[in-house]
Design a protein around this ligand. Structure first.
Ligand SMILES: Nc1ncnc2c1ncn2[C@@H]1O[C@H](COP(=O)(O)OP(=O)(O)OP(=O)(O)O)[C@@H](O)[C@H]1O
Ligand SMILES: [Mg+2]
Length: 398
């Protein structure tokens, strides 16, 4: 098995051997970006499985006896790659043989591309150990939330997470986890060109089942340093995912990574204040418009006044333009409206922001010279150098 992290986009760059011609239909879906080989039995007798990082077998393409041979050949490999068997007719003996392998799964038709992508993500979970904080410590955890829709919270959260990855020299593998808590329709995965794989609804009544190993099944590796926890799109997720499940994910992530960055939904949920209570920084991202500043002030006051809150949120003014189009508040007018100082400003750079979401990945990767990158780095350096403000441990799920 490869110890490389699964790149963003699931199988990008991975060698996938698909046994069964019908599987070529998945080339632009769950297999997108993979080095895909559609093979038959001759492929196995020539090369075996040794050079594949994932085997997907179409059960409907082969006779049961042939399937048994394939599974036997896999079992005989010293380190078999993960294997996924899909189809409408799954012979029991074949399924049982396959499931004896260390990493294998079966999908009974009908299934969707998302089902396949989730099964593959769980099979390809990276085995590089996560960089956990020192014994007994918890991650430094920062939450980023928008004052108004579209203020740039997700963009800023991604750039902060990415900047934290590169700030340590040498860069530590798997030290930062970005968690998108916009459970219904979060954009972080799409911005990063990654496949979201977190499904929390089924843990709503049994949050205690979420442990470090389970968390890893939900993780999408984005780079060697950065992991993403983002939910599969589900319009009812805010109703079906319990407070306990969300808080448990945060708790386990804080025990598993050195840094946890949360893209926090703007509207308050049952778990919002407790989640913020476990963070040592809360950043409210606003634009430099009058309505956004009013909203930023109101949201910051609400977080300030929340019971148990012992920290002042910091306001980040996003999309600062050198030359504003039309009348816009100056920085000092903005601070007057906010009734507090802004922590930082981030320049506007539409080209860089659009290019990075279209290409999939942080702005720092696609437009490293953008002023956004420079501004976010300065913010991260300043905040990271400050003493940790948190006085409470992350809240435990009841
Ligand atoms: N500094 C910036 N310069 C130019 N464009 C930006 C900047 N920051 C964000 N954007 C762009 O603004 C748009 C909204 O950004 P983003 O999705 O991050 O906001 P959000 O607050 O997370 O929105 P939502 O309320 O939908 O969660 C995106 O198209 C993004 O690329
Ligand atoms: Mg967002």
């Amino acid at each position: 098995m490869s110890s490389q992290p699964t790149p963003a986009g699931g199988l990008a760059g991975r060698r996938v051997l698909a046994l069964g011609k019908g599987l070529s239909a998945l080339a632009d879906g769950p297999f997108a970006g993979a080095h895909l080989e559609i093979g038959g039995l001759e492929r196995l007798s020539a090369l075996g499985f040794a050079d594949a990082e994932l085997i997907v077998i179409d059960a409907d393409a082969w006779e049961p006896q042939t399937l048994e041979l394939i599974v036997k050949a896999l079992a005989a490999c010293p380190a078999p790659p993960p294997a996924l068997l899909v189809g409408a007719h799954l012979p029991t003996a074949v399924v049982r043989g396959l499931l004896r392998l260390e990493r294998s799964d079966v999908l009974d038709a009908p299934y969707t591309d998302d089902d396949i992508a989730s099964a593959i993500a769980a099979l390809m979970v990276d085995t590089t150990p996560v960089s956990a904080p020192a014994d007994g410590a918890v991650a430094r955890c920062w939450a980023i939330t928008g004052a108004v829709g579209g203020a740039g919270a997700t963009t800023v959260a991604i750039e902060i997470a990415n900047a934290l990855c590169t700030r340590q020299a040498p860069a530590k593998d798997r030290s930062v986890c970005l968690i998108d808590l916009n459970l219904a329709d979060g954009a972080a995965a799409a911005y990063l060109g990654a496949n979201p794989t977190m499904k929390l609804a089924e843990f709503s009544q049994s949050a205690e089942r979420i442990d470090a190993a389970m968390l890893q099944a939900f993780v999408t590796p984005v780079s060697k340093q950065l992991d993403l926890l983002a939910a599969i799109r589900d319009p009812s997720a805010f109703d079906t995912v319990s407070r306990e499940a969300v808080l448990r994910v945060l708790e386990v992530a804080c025990e598993s990574y050195e840094w946890v960055i949360i893209d926090m939904p703007r509207h308050r949920r049952a778990w919002t204040l407790e989640a913020l209570g476990g963070c040592d920084e809360v950043l409210v991202v606003s634009e430099l418009t009058v309505p956004a500043l009013i909203a930023a002030r109101a949201l910051s006051d609400e977080i300030d006044r929340a019971p148990g809150s012992d920290r002042k949120p910091r306001i980040v003014l996003n999309r600062l333009a050198g030359r504003m189009f039309g009348p816009a508040p100056s920085m000092s007018e903005a601070e007057k409206a906010l009734q507090r100082k802004a922590e930082a400003g981030i320049s506007s750079d539409w080209e860089a922001a659009a290019a990075s979401v279209n290409l999939g990945g942080p702005i720092a990767t696609h437009r490293p010279k953008s002023k956004i990158v420079k501004d976010v780095h300065a913010l991260v350096e300043r905040l990271a150098a400050e003493p940790v403000r948190r006085v409470v441990q992350p809240q435990k799920a009841a």
